[in-house]
Design a protein around this ligand. Structure first.
Ligand code: ZN
Ligand code: ZN
Length: 284
């Protein structure tokens, strides 16, 4: 049995007071006896603990791209895991530049880290963490295959979608992406598709509401996927289970979970559908 827990299902870094708060992007994948954290948006640490997982056993993290809603809390997650007793290596996969963030995080916390090494006898946090460059292709994580493909997320050039397979089951995580042709082959045959989703009508209203609306709207339409197109992709690729993730917008009272579901269903997709909520568990 494999399992994915959607820890944070909001697209974009900003959060506002709202009734059903969703936090930025992160999820926890459990497959082939391994636990893998994919993306580390704000709230990932709390999300992992809320899902009942010990931070001490953290060992594999993948960051899909360097937008802050996907890695802002990577440093705090590792540091908190370390204070919770982490003593074993953590391997991180991510785009070029992630190591710069990590070194700067360590430098920013040097006083505290050195203090805890001396005062509490902890191992050096820096020595536990290895950062590997994510590239297109296949990487084996023990028995688990991780395939990565560059997706379409301008202006960022290095942004990935991921496919994990244990030989029996497979799951695709879209990352942040606009539709792109090569993706269909990548998704086909997957048991679960976790895909980012945007509601275009809501984006129009969102743009009208905020300061830099026109620029934001331009970015969103060029680099994300409308919920209807997510449904079409899942239908074309005959994916039995679809979960919407990285929802944009999440705070428009006119867009409910029913609205998301109806939009996806209007594509003709008739498999199992989840409108992602923080903490939602999908077994496959
Ligand atoms: Zn994002
Ligand atoms: Zn992004």
């Amino acid at each position: 049995m494999a399992r994915v827990t959607l820890l944070g299902t909001k697209g974009g870094p900003a959060i506002y007071p709202t009734e059903n708060l969703r936090l930025p992007t992160s999820c926890l994948l459990e497959m082939a006896g391994r636990s893998i954290v994919v993306d580390c948006g704000l709230g990932v640490t709390r999300g992992i603990v809320n899902a009942g997982h010990s931070l001490k056993s953290l060992n594999t993290i993948v960051i899909t791209h360097l937008h802050s809603d996907h890695y802002l809390e990577l440093g705090p997650l590792l540091h908190t895991a370390w204070t919770a007793g982490l003593q074993t290596p953590v391997t991180i996969w991510g785009p070029k530049g992630l190591d710069v963030y990590w070194q700067a995080f360590l430098a920013s916390m040097a006083f505290d880290i050195e203090l805890r090494i001396d005062d509490e006898g902890r191992v050096d946090l820096a020595s536990l963490v290895t950062i590997n460059a994510l590239e297109e292709g296949e990487t084996m994580l023990g028995d688990l295959s991780m395939r990565s493909i560059l997706n379409c997320h301008p202006p960022i050039e290095e942004s990935y979608a991921l496919r994990f397979s244990d030989g029996e089951k497979s799951i695709v995580l879209s990352g942040d992406t606009a539709p792109f042709e090569r993706f269909k082959e990548f998704v086909r045959g997957a048991d679960v598709l976790v895909h980012e989703a945007m509601m275009s009508e809501g984006v129009e209203r969102l743009a009208a509401r905020i300061g830099n609306g026109a620029r934001l709207k331009e970015h969103l339409f060029a680099s994300h996927t409308d919920a209807l197109d997510v449904g079409k992709l899942a239908k074309d690729c005959q994916v039995p289970v679809l979960a919407l993730n990285h929802l944009v917008p999440v705070d428009d009272p006119l867009i409910t979970e029913e609205t998301w579901a109806e939009t996806v269903r209007s594509s003709g997709f008739d498999g199992d559908l989840y409108v992602g909520r923080d903490g939602q568990v999908i077994e496959f």
